[in-house]
Design a protein around this ligand. Structure first.
Ligand SMILES: [Zn+2]
Ligand SMILES: [Zn+2]
Ligand SMILES: [Zn+2]
Length: 119
């Protein structure tokens, strides 16, 4: 399952080209899983897909991954959360506004349908 993140382009972060569609590396924090620890929230690296735990977790593996790899941007993969974070800018990255599902265009195609006005 690919994880994508489309931040609001008006943000201050200049590292948006580090963001790619990624595949989660593990079903939970991969570093906590390997040492039998627990975590609070999960963040995923938007450059390589590393899944790590948040700053509220004891081990802060998402931040550790950033320190080791230099990958700048993570996003939350908690249910219902779509925001991201840039470690280099130390700033939250709001997601782009969801495009409103445009009411599907129908009945407004000119020239088609019953009422042709041509003589
Ligand atoms: Zn940035
Ligand atoms: Zn962890
Ligand atoms: Zn990474």
């Amino acid at each position: 399952m690919l994880v994508r993140f489309e931040p609001d382009q008006a943000g201050l972060c200049t590292h948006l080209d580090a963001i790619k569609p990624v595949t989660p590396s593990a079903p939970g924090c991969e570093d906590c899983l390997s040492i039998g620890m627990v975590w609070v929230h999960l963040r995923i690296c938007m450059t390589c897909g590393h899944v790590g735990c948040c700053d509220d977790s004891r081990n802060r593996h998402a931040r550790v991954h950033h320190d080791c790899s230099g990958h700048p941007v993570v996003r939350s993969i908690e249910p219902g959360e779509t925001w991201g974070w840039c470690y280099l800018d130390d700033t939250p990255l709001p997601p782009a506004q969801q495009a409103q599902p445009s009411t599907s265009p129908r009945d407004d195609t000119p020239g088609k349908g019953k009422q042709t006005r041509s003589p």
